[in-house]
Design a protein around this ligand. Structure first.
Ligand SMILES: C[S@@+](CC[C@H](N)C(=O)[O-])C[C@H]1O[C@@H](n2cnc3c(N)ncnc32)[C@H](O)[C@@H]1O
Length: 234
């Protein structure tokens, strides 16, 4: 990933972190932050070891986690779609309410229509090109949950990475948006779950059928970083 990292900068001061336990950001934006390389490797190996073929990601930011997804799906012969509404680079903050989300998304959509791509989308495409994964990872602009059905379409998904808005009901909404599309064997990974500790309890309380994902799912891993949670259905 060195050829990718030279385009970015570290999100934290080096003294706080180990060589792969560090997040990245765009050079000219305060936010968003990426997953760490350690977490990226966990995404990579979850896909490769399970031979997953069809991935979906909320959200792209500037394509750092998508780089790991792209390399993994390249290895398995699969493909993935990454969705983002680019609110964090627009606001340069990770805190926003639903009204801001909708109004910012509309402004960003108009900017895109007039030919100005979000910096993160431009970077994500550049990174994919550097890694040779441009035919593996497809980048889409839109909001979760609103645009998830049209973006996924008729596909079945066997790997999901949920890393969009981390607060309130957003992770729950993201999860419910992808639930109808999940394959029989699948994994759904959530990032920064520590920011939303009651999320797992909420998952258990959904009124879902006994054979649904949550009823069968076991929380198989609470990864080293403590920030990644995986639900898997075998
Ligand atoms: C932490 S960043 C994602 C980092 C990325 N997965 C990585 O590791 O490189 C969170 C991203 O979620 C996006 N986002 C937040 N709420 C969203 C929503 N409802 N729909 C789509 N994207 C959203 C933000 O614009 C931001 O780019």
């Amino acid at each position: 990933m060195e050829g990718v990292q030279e385009l970015l900068e570290l999100a934290h001061k080096p003294r706080m972190i180990g060589s792969i336990n560090r997040s990245w950001k765009l050079k000219n934006k305060k936010f968003p932050y990426s997953c760490t390389d350690e977490e990226g490797l966990m995404l990579y190996f979850t896909i490769v070891e399970n031979n997953f073929k069809s991935g979906f990601e909320i959200a792209t930011a500037f394509g750092y986690s998508t780089a790991y997804l792209g390399l993994a799906f390249q290895k398995t012969g699969g493909k993935c779609i990454s969705l983002d509404c680019y609110i964090e680079e627009f606001k340069e903050d990770f805190l926003y309410d639903e009204n801001e989300l909708i109004s910012a998304s509309e402004k960003i959509r108009l900017e895109i229509e007039s030919g100005n791509l979000p910096v993160g989308l431009d970077m994500a495409k550049n990174i994919a090109q550097r890694l040779g994964t441009e035919n593996v990872a497809e980048f889409r602009v839109g909001l979760s949950p609103n645009n998830v059905p049209e973006v996924i379409g008729e596909r079945k998904i066997d790997f999901v990475f949920i890393d969009g808005g981390h607060f309130g009901e957003q992770p729950t909404k993201d999860f419910l948006a992808v639930l109808p599309y999940l394959s029989d064997k699948c994994a759904v990974l959530f990032h920064d779950r520590k920011l939303n500790n009651d999320f797992v309890e909420k998952l258990k309380s959904f009124p879902l059928r006994r054979d649904s994902l949550v009823a069968k799912a076991s929380i198989v891993l609470r990864f080293i970083s403590g920030r990644l949670l995986a639900l898997m259905r075998y």
